[in-house]
Design a protein around this ligand. Structure first.
Ligand code: M6R
Length: 618
């Protein structure tokens, strides 16, 4: 889950690389580096690396005067450390023994230890603790044995020996106009203009330079030269990927006057929900999904649903389980992607597997969906990124239309995911005849009020900050909820721990008495989702249990609910809505709470430590 970038044919190579790396920083910011080739054959390549991410790299490059003038080919990398601690020595690009070849990599080389033993025996000198460096030396070795095959031939032979995932870009000072790129599972896109060819881990990194893109598929190798890209498979067969034009707006990825991306993105939530709902209801009463390659007959024959996802997307899936089971009367199993894939799940052609992923690139979910396809299950993907790996491989896609999310913590895409999943639940119910079309329409109409309710919840940001300030010294927090309030509690705890680094855990409120209540003592802060649902009384009984043990209780409650207020030390108010839609509104004060807490602790909300926005390693 690092970010890679490369360009050949440009005039301001260093600037393009630095700007692209800054946009890719959400993929990791443990360290950053770049390498550029000299304008003439055979000269030494120039490399700069910094241990503290792209800003330090930019400072370093600006301070240095020995960058080769006129370079038009270069590659860059921003790192999320897996093998080897964050340090300059472990930062990419990695070079070979000659210093003529440089390589950047996103992914994991699983057999790097055996490859590195072999290389050391053959006399190579490896300088880092990374799994990546072996690639540079293997390519060097191939070039030495078969110089006639050139850089692309050497990369091809090297990749045949590699187990694991990769998106790589390689340059060599003997071929100064060429970047060789390749991919297996880890994402890689390529852009083209008349005079340039470029690559990156995602499209926004190259926007502003081009709108014409090609996507590299698994086990394909690309040769990028100024104004041209040639793609072949690992066995050398040429392929012609379609050229796609994107119409994204780069401005959508800027902060628009907000202090950070997270607050901008939280305030875009009403729009994200509204856009995801937009035009879903067709004049004939049916629901419109994007890219449906599953027939209604096939949907009617489905007898089981699996939802697979990670992190916040998993919590959105958990919320949807209640809606699908209630409306469509289908049994739903939900699993964390990395568990699903290796537990031999029981699937067949009558199973619908729903993958939920903001990025559409999370490798755990991507591989879980591939496992599902192996069993002939139907795969439907909910994603925010058009043409991401998951959406390209799915039988059907329902896009969340939240716009680019840069902040590492999911906010607007999380709300859009719940919205999309609820739409899907209604579609399944209607197709399977468990809801009449007019009933599905009534629910969808009711969803139309959600953007305003989310807006109202956001307007309470200052009140939430007061509550956060009151409990800023607490070292730990317990989050409780029942029914759909349970995944809301899990999401509230995840947001708090990832942003403020405080210990926070979410529990089903009814489960507390089976063990976790032992940790409750006078002063423990418990945050409960106590909005009005059919389980409100039972929830309040659980609240009483922790209060009687001295806990301080903060409750998410519906506007004007004095009965709930009387049981709380502090209240986070939200408008009331239908129980199955309530997570979309109830999670908002918990996002705001985590945001305020992180700011009160002086932390960077957009770049929480140890995290990356897109996780492309297992
Ligand atoms: O791109 P995905 O939705 O597949 O990402 C899954 C998780 O990594 C992600 O939801 C993560 O938990 C959140 N960014 C945390 O806020």
């Amino acid at each position: 889950m690092c970010g890679i970038i490369g360009i050949t044919g440009g005039e301001e190579t260093l600037d393009v690389l630095l700007e692209g790396l800054a946009r890719l920083e959400y993929r990791g910011y443990d360290s950053a580096g770049l390498a550029v080739l000299p304008a003439t054959d055979g000269g030494p390549l120039w490399r700069a690396r910094a241990a503290n991410g792209t800003r330090s790299l930019e400072d370093l490059v600006k301070r240095t005067e020995d960058a080769p003038p006129g370079s038009s080919t270069g590659i860059g990398h921003t790192r999320w450390a897996t093998h080897g601690r964050p340090s300059e020595a472990n930062a990419h690009p990695h070079v070979d023994c000659t210093g003529q070849l440089a390589l950047v990599h996103n992914g994991i080389i699983e057999n790097h230890l055996e490859l590195s033993d072999e290389l050391v025996l053959a006399g190579h000198h490896l300088e880092s603790d990374t799994d990546t460096e072996v690639l540079a030396h293997l390519i060097e070795s191939e070039l030495g044995t078969h110089p006639e095959a050139g850089l692309v031939g050497a990369v091809r032979e090297t990749l045949r020996r590699v187990r694991g995932y990769f998106a790589i870009a390689v340059i060599h000072s003997g071929e100064p106009d060429l970047i060789v790129a390749a991919r297996r599972v880890s994402p890689l896109v390529m852009g083209l203009t008349e005079t340039e060819a470029m690559l990156a881990s995602d499209i926004p990194a190259l926007l502003g330079r081009t709108r014409s893109f090609l996507l590299l598929e698994d086990d394909q190798i690309a040769e990028l030269r100024p104004g041209s890209i040639r793609v072949t498979t690992l066995d050398g067969t040429e392929v012609i990927p379609p050229l796609r034009t994107v119409d994204y707006d780069l401005d959508a990825a800027r902060k628009d006057g907000y202090p950070d991306y997270m607050s901008k993105e939280m305030h875009e939530q009403p729009m994200a929900v509204a856009n995801t709902l937009l035009d879903r209801l067709l004049p004939d009463g049916t629901l419109a999904l994007d890219e449906v390659r599953i027939s209604d007959d096939e949907l009617r024959s489905i007898d089981k649903v699996f939802i697979v996802a990670c992190g916040s997307s998993y919590h959105a899936g958990l919320m949807a389980k209640y809606a699908i089971e209630h409306w469509a009367r289908l049994p739903v199993e939900i699993d964390i992607s990395s568990e699903f894939r290796y537990r031999d799940p029981v699937l067949d052609s009558r199973t619908l597997v729903i993958g939920v992923s903001q990025s559409g690139e999370t490798v755990d979910t991507l591989q879980a969906l591939r496992e599902a396809r192996r069993w002939n299950a139907k795969v439907l993907v909910i994603s925010n990124v058009v043409d991401s790996s998951m959406t390209r491989e799915a039988d059907a896609v329902l896009y969340t239309r939240a716009g680019p999310e840069i902040g590492v913590a999911s906010t607007k895409t999380h709300l859009a995911q719940i919205t999309a999943l609820e739409i899907l639940a209604l579609y399944l119910a209607q197709t399977r005849g468990t809801l009449y079309p007019h009933e599905a329409r009534e629910f969808l109409d009711a969803m139309g009020a959600l953007p305003d309710k989310v807006e109202t919840a956001l307007e309470r940001a200052a009140d939430v900050e007061v509550v956060a300030t009151a409990y800023r010294a607490s070292p730990s927090f317990i989050f409780l909820g029942r029914h759909v309030g349970y995944p809301v509690a899990l999401e509230g705890a995840l947001k708090l721990k990832e942003l403020s680094y405080l210990w926070a855990e979410g529990f089903p409120a009814g489960e507390l008495k089976h063990g976790p209540i032992a940790v409750v003592e006078p002063g423990t802060v418990v945050i409960g989702v106590a909005t009005r649902t059919h389980l409100w009384e039972k929830m309040m009984a659980n609240v009483a249990e922790v209060k009687s043990r001295g806990a301080t209780v903060v409750l998410v409650a519906n506007d004007g609910d004095e009965e709930t207020e009387r049981q709380a030390d502090a209240v986070l108010w939200v408008p009331e809505t239908h129980q199955l839609f309530s997570p979309i509104v109830d999670v908002v004060p918990l996002q705001l709470f985590a945001y305020s807490m992180a700011r009160l602790h002086g932390l960077d909300v957009d770049r929480p430590r140890n995290l990356a926005k897109v996780v492309t390693v297992e």
